[in-house]
Design a protein around this ligand. Structure first.
Ligand code: SF4
Length: 176
């Protein structure tokens, strides 16, 4: 398993750490924050709440796993309002996250990948008019599953804040 961390960093992630799945807690307060819809995705995506399942169903799904891998991309900002660099780091994390998931699929076919933000596999999500067009490729976020990302990182010995004028995006793969 330790090799997975090295593999992730060599793949391009800024940071990575093994994850003990017993540290995961699905919290209704996080789901409530999704409901506030600050990201404008609530009720608009098959992999976001409420379509991604109840918090109890999400907790049940995560309980099937014992281990995993956390991966992060950290971007450097020119100032606190450098939204362009923030968005670029978020896109890089998403791209790396999906392609690394495809790398891992052969060895871990039953993995549960939880990324950052809404699923962006399609230019426009089919929700709610038609079924998800690629359920095997679509990804929910850690927050959608009720996880406090900083808490998951801390409990697994990984940083979350890497200093002034940086931004970090986090995802994880739960592995059996
Ligand atoms: S794969 Fe497409 S239809 Fe399915 S959740 Fe993602 S964006 Fe929506």
């Amino acid at each position: 398993m330790d090799n997975l961390v090295i593999k992730a960093v060599n793949y391009g992630f800024s940071h990575a750490a093994l994850l003990d799945a017993s540290t995961l807690r699905a919290r209704s307060e996080v789901r409530d924050m999704c409901g506030a819809d600050r990201c404008n995705r609530y009720g608009k995506n098959w992999r976001c709440p409420p379509a991604c399942g109840s918090i109890e169903e999400n907790a049940q799904a995560m309980s099937a796993y014992r281990t995993g891998l956390i991966v992060q991309t950290t971007g450097e900002l020119e100032d606190d309002f450098d939204y362009e660099s923030m968005a670029a780091a978020g896109r890089r994390q998403k791209e790396l996250f999906i392609s690394f998931r495809d790398e891992l699929t052969g060895e871990y076919p039953g993995m549960l990948a939880l990324g950052n933000g809404a699923c962006t596999e399609c230019a426009k999500c089919a929700y709610p008019d038609a079924p998800c067009v690629a359920p095997e490729r679509s990804v929910s976020s850690m927050e959608a599953f009720g996880l406090v990302v900083s808490d998951v990182c801390e409990k697994n010995g990984l940083g979350y804040y890497y200093g002034p004028r940086t931004i970090t995006y986090t995802g994880c793969y739960l592995l059996q």
